[in-house]
Design a protein around this ligand. Structure first.
Ligand code: UD1
Length: 422
């Protein structure tokens, strides 16, 4: 087992280059199924989740070549089955994108139920509703999603999402790109990765408009071409390093980002006392000399404050001057890290699994902790970087699902962190 050992107390300083966005790369990898021609994908983060997606494409019969760590050449014309049976796929949430892509291209798919972080109910009803509206027969059993559009022709449709869902919005887009007619998704998610998937598909001949608004229109096209595409920078990795500057009272230039994607995070960091400078593709965060200030946070769909940054800001507010409130409005089980954080002396109480009341303490004390999920694990690392003494964090395979070279990037900023085999 690997763990991170962290000696806290260093103010992190310097420049960090942000990798490609995991949550954009995953559906784009699945979307390569929609064309028979060769796709070159650049800026794909080499993290456990993308490695499993690639492994699964290969298992389906696709040809995938790593040109370098972050560039892939993919040809899916050799796919010879619509059953996803790579056992590792159960570890990740994005497995559901194979259902949309295989349905769109081959009109059928069998995909194991998604795994990923245990942060709440994470239903699939809107994916199901979307596939059915396109004309597919959908069965969700205790172990798998089975979609079948072979009985009748799939055709464009209009659908209303009952809840804003990133996964369902993208999945329906994937299924609709090659489906004849016009599909309209009302109440669509507006996250940057939704827009990135649409841009990728349009770049190879798709016809999607309105991505980034709550109404997406997809005009089905008969076929897509090949092409080259670079994945956008990772909003959440960037936000995590921005929070690292705040919590360690450091000064970090977060490079290779799209600053508008970070607006809600920058705005909260200003509220808690950080200074923010921005340019075209970087954001500099200068932590305050004194204590962080308290604030209120509520997670919301984009452009609101991202749920994937909730643990990180909660950890920072645990060291703020006074009482803060953090409301989690997207997932119903996203405070699993609280008991771990309490081991460091954090004064945090969670009410009804949705609201955390945090009374800032003077300092965190190093502790041994277990990472309960991807973003919570990253947040515990931030807490350990700010703590007095040494912390050990296990369960880091969760963190490495989403952060490329996390320990190395932190070390380059002056952190005392090592990855150990125990
Ligand atoms: C994606 C991201 C995840 C992020 C989340 C919200 C990936 C691989 N994961 O997850 O990092 O935290 O968006 O930004 O991109 N819901 C339903 N029925 C459905 C679909 C969703 O009830 O059919 C609910 C979920 O339980 C949740 C909410 O809708 O409460 C939002 O979920 P969704 O946006 O779909 O998140 P994911 O796609 O799972």
């Amino acid at each position: 087992m690997e763990i991170y050992r962290i000696r806290g107390g260093e103010a992190l300083k310097g420049t960090v280059d942000i990798s490609g966005a995991k949550n954009a790369a995953l559906p784009i990898l699945a979307a390569t199924i929609l064309t028979d021609e060769t796709i070159t994908l650049e800026n794909v983060p080499k993290v456990n989740d993308t490695i499993i997606m690639v492994e699964t494409l290969v298992n389906l019969g696709a040809k995938v070549e790593y040109i370098d760590d972050n560039t892939l050449k993919i040809n899916t014309s050799t796919i010879n089955k619509c059953v996803v049976d790579n056992p590792n796929i159960k570890k990740i949430r994005a497995s559901y994108y194979f259902a949309g892509a295989l349905l769109g291209r081959y009109h059928q798919a069998r995909v194991p139920l998604p795994g990923g972080c245990n942060i709440g109910g994470r239903g699939l009803d809107m994916h199901e509703k979307g596939f059915e509206a396109l004309g597919a027969d959908v069965k969700i059993t205790a172990t798998e999603i089975v979609v079948d559009g072979t009985e009748g022709p799939l055709s464009g449709t209009r659908m209303y999402m009952d809840k804003v869902s990133v996964g369902a919005t993208i999945n329906i887009m994937l299924a609709a790109v090659l489906t004849p007619g016009k599909t309209v998704i009302e109440g669509a998610a507006k996250e940057p990765h939704v827009v990135d998937v649409a841009n990728f598909i349009n770049g190879i001949g798709g016809h999607i408009t309105g991505a980034g608004t709550d109404k997406i229109r997809i005009n089905g096209v008969p076929a897509l071409r090949g092409g080259t595409y670079a994945v956008i920078p990772d909003q959440i990795e960037a936000g995590t390093f921005m929070m690292a500057a705040a919590i360690t009272h450091g000064d970090i230039v977060v490079n290779n980002v799209i600053p508008t994607h970070l607006d809600s995070i920058s705005s909260k960091l200003r509220e808690i006392g950080c200074k923010i400078e921005e340019s075209d593709d970087w954001v500099r965060v200068i932590g305050p000399k004194d204590k962080l200030k308290r604030t209120q946070v509520k997670t919301l769909p984009y452009p609101g404050f991202p749920t994937d940054m909730q643990p990180q800001i909660s950890v920072a507010l645990g060291l703020a001057d006074g009482c803060s409130t953090v409301v989690e409005s997207i997932f119903d089980n996203r405070f699993m890290y609280v008991n771990e954080l309490k081991k460091m002396g954090c004064n945090i109480v969670v009410d009804e699994s949705t609201t955390a009341y945090i009374d800032g303490v003077e300092y965190y004390q190093g502790a041994n902790m277990t990472s309960p999920d991807l973003r919570a694990g990253a947040a515990l690392v931030l807490a350990a970087l700010a703590a007095k003494g040494v912390s050990e964090i296990d369960g880091i395979e969760y963190i490495e699902r989403g952060y490329e070279n996390f320990d190395k990037k932190l070390r380059n900023l002056g952190a005392d962190i090592e990855k150990l085999e125990v």
